[in-house]
Write a protein that binds this ligand. Structure first.
Ligand code: AMP
Length: 439
């Protein structure tokens, strides 16, 4: 067992920045494309937390707001498992979103591997058990991660694994693939069926493949499909073309081989790992048990089919419409926006995605708006002078029901309220029902 990891932060200087009067920032932990992550201290109870600060203007420009909504939704629903990073609070200002999450004092697991080299088989097994337990919990609750990669595996102060960033867990394929290639520079941690982009796939099976790859890196200390040429690497992945170093034991080879099966139909499932002798050894009862149905009851059922694992819908479009007020995840961001009423309209639609997008562009064009963001980003920005409207589209039941939001994100003062009337008339053909009619 490795010694516990404790990085005691220096006390913050008296001039350290405070956000929203509640958290004092201590130091920058890392940065992603849209967010900076800080270690911070709560001024209320002194607890150490991590604060992810997301610049709304950047996310809106890049059509990322739906991604953030999904990340928060997935994290909130899954926060009862000990190996999933907890989300404590979400706060929004006009320009920024602050996610207050559990602080992982041990940092990135893979940074440790690159510093100290490969893990012993027993240490690798312990982290692997925690990873698989966390994912099984997600899958049982209808969410697949689908973006497992080194940066997403953090360690807490006691050396326990924490899976973070469900940001891509529910993204449309186009955006997901785009992000994987640009953000990571390599599709290496992605299951072959996702790389093939051949229609739908089972997210839990894709996660099982990524787990096989992660286990290989744990015990080998290097990546199995390394190739500077991406098409060549993809070929290796789809042929299961890798070499085990001689120190890897037979039972570990067996598990990796079964998980890295390019065919999702015959690939070993994470559930079945709990019956595997190597995996079960020294399995902590809490990890074995996981937490089967832990999420907030308020979310349970309502979002179970929300772009989760393919083929797991089980709720009809009409069920969704009847409870659609409960699906208003966007309210998370509207604490400073007049309750979001005057500046946002939402409607459900049973039309095709393309038809809704075309209609929005058409009505926007008539009202003098220019389209600034393409549909592959999952959101469309419409700009006219100082006013920016963002149009977001969520597939609640794939091919059956969409939830669409039209928001004024900039230039609220200049926005002409009577324009809502034109939008409503113009979109009539694709609207099933409006969800904030009263405003
Ligand atoms: P992200 O934008 O979530 O990928 O975060 C960027 C980097 O910040 C990560 O790769 C980690 O090194 C670090 N980080 C993110 N979240 C946390 C956290 N909760 N605790 C400690 N470090 C974190």
């Amino acid at each position: 067992m490795e010694p516990p990891l404790q990085q005691q932060p220096p006390p913050p200087s008296p001039r350290a920045a405070t956000i929203l009067g509640k958290y004092q920032l201590i130091r920058l932990l890392g940065r992603g494309s849209f967010a900076k992550v800080y270690q911070a201290r709560s001024l209320v109870d002194g607890a150490t937390v991590a604060v992810k600060i997301i610049d709304k203007s950047k996310t809106v420009n890049a059509g990322m707001e739906p991604r953030i909504i999904r990340e928060i939704d997935a994290m909130r629903r899954l926060h009862h498992h000990p190996n999933i990073l907890k989300i404590h609070e979400v706060m929004a200002t006009k320009t920024k979103i602050h996610l207050i999450v559990e602080y992982a004092a041990g940092g990135e697991l893979f940074a440790r591997i690159s510093r100290r080299g490969r893990l012993s088989e027993s240490t690798a097994r312990r982290y692997f058990q925690q990873l698989v337990s966390a994912l099984r919990f997600c899958h049982r609750n209808g969410v697949a991660h689908r973006d497992l990669k080194p940066q997403n595996l953090l360690l807490d102060g006691d050396g326990n694994l924490k899976v973070s960033d469900f940001g891509l867990s529910a993204l449309p394929e186009q955006l997901k693939n785009g992000l994987l290639h640009t953000a990571c520079g390599t599709p290496a941690y992605t299951a072959p069926e996702i790389l093939r982009r051949s229609g739908g796939y089972d997210g839990s099976k894709a996660d099982a493949w990524s787990c096989g790859l992660i286990l290989f890196v744990f015990v080998a200390g290097y990546f199995p499909f390394d190739d500077t040429n991406i098409p060549a690497m993809c070929k290796k992945i789809s042929r299961r073309d890798y070499q085990f170093p001689e120190w890897i034991s037979k039972p570990v080879r067996f598990v990796i081989h079964k998980l890295l099966d390019p065919n999702p139909e015959t690939r070993m499932s994470l559930e079945s790992l709990f019956g595997n002798a190597w995996f079960k050894k020294s399995l902590n009862p809490e990890t074995a048990e996981g937490n089967t149905f832990g999420w907030d009851s308020a979310f349970h059922g309502k979002c179970g089919c929300y772009e989760g694992m393919s083929g797991s819908s089980g709720v009809s479009a009409f069920d969704i419409i009847s409870m659609s007020s409960g699906l208003d995840l966007t309210r998370l961001f509207e604490t400073t926006l007049d309750g979001g009423c005057r500046r946002e309209k939402r409607f459900s639609s049973s039309a095709r995605v393309e038809a809704v997008e075309e209609k929005v562009k058409e009505v926007g064009g008539v009202l003098g708006f220019k389209v600034e963001v393409g549909k592959s980003n999952g959101a469309i920005a419409l700009v006219k002078g100082k006013v920016t409207l963002v149009f977001e589209l969520f597939q609640i039941v794939p091919d059956e029901l969409l939830l669409v939001a039209l928001k004024v994100v900039e230039g609220a003062l200049e926005f002409e309220e009577h324009h809502w009337g034109y939008w409503k008339d113009g979109l009539e053909d694709v609207v099933l029902s409006w969800h904030n009619q009263e405003s």
